[in-house]
Write a protein that binds this ligand. Sequence first.
Ligand code: NAD
Length: 263
Amino acid sequence: MINVLVNGASGRMGKAMSAGIIGEADMQIVAAVDIRQEGEDIGLLAGCGPIGVTVEKDLVQAIRRSKPDVMLDFTNPQAVLRNLRLALGEDLPCVVGTTGLTERDINELRQLSELHHAPLFIAANFAITAVLMMRFAVEAARYLPQYEIIERHHENKMDAPSGTALRTMEMISAVRQVHAQGAAHEIEMIAGSRGGDYQGARVHSMRLPGYVASQEVVFGAPGQTLTIRQDSINQHCFFPGVALALRKIGELSGVTVGLDKLL
Ligand code: NAD
């Protein structure tokens, strides 16, 4: 039985992942942490029956009392680094879906993970279709180095561009030379119109009600374009990837980034 502490339990992802865990025979929630909805049963929040585990605020107290095998973190970009420092400091393996961690953060966490012999797994996107979209985008970029990303998320998303867009551009950078795209002296009539600049490629972040998470990677060459598009329709699409990481975290050491490493 894998004993899971869910951090960010009252959020959209926390609730959806809790429902997933409750439905599995080989894992269970032993603690639920969030700064909201303290005292509420996580089973009820997740839309299942009560499971007798209520949301609490203090992460370290929750870890020490419930002795989980792993922390699953879906909080927010402002909270995740502190959460991971605390959890790794308690020798607790961590599976992280929260976006917004920088290279610098990950380097710090790598040292902490090694010091405490507590593996850390981070994935910007746990949906298998997103993993495939990133893989196909890297393949296309080998032949089509001019590309832009359009990513669409719900209106409450805090970080832009999305972790998936950043990860896609990082992966593409392994096969694409840094170079500017577009006209040499283009003028933005509205600041930001051309999107964010990542090594000369552009990224555009839309935030609208109705979306969960979608991304298009659009490649252009003379007389032709190629669009690779992925859509997450609801939060449940992330659970199979999360369950895989929860099952495999015990076999890992140090820091592992990307669901593709587990497939
Ligand atoms: P949300 O705002 O609905 O939920 C976040 C929850 O974290 C909230 O309930 C909030 O109260 C809680 N929280 C904030 N600070 C906290 C703290 N210090 N300790 C404990 N809880 C705290 O957001 P969401 O849509 O569930 O997304 C959460 C994160 O997951 C975001 O970073 C999002 O980009 C990311 N995400 C990742 C994937 C993936 O596949 N990796 C998929 C979807 C979303």
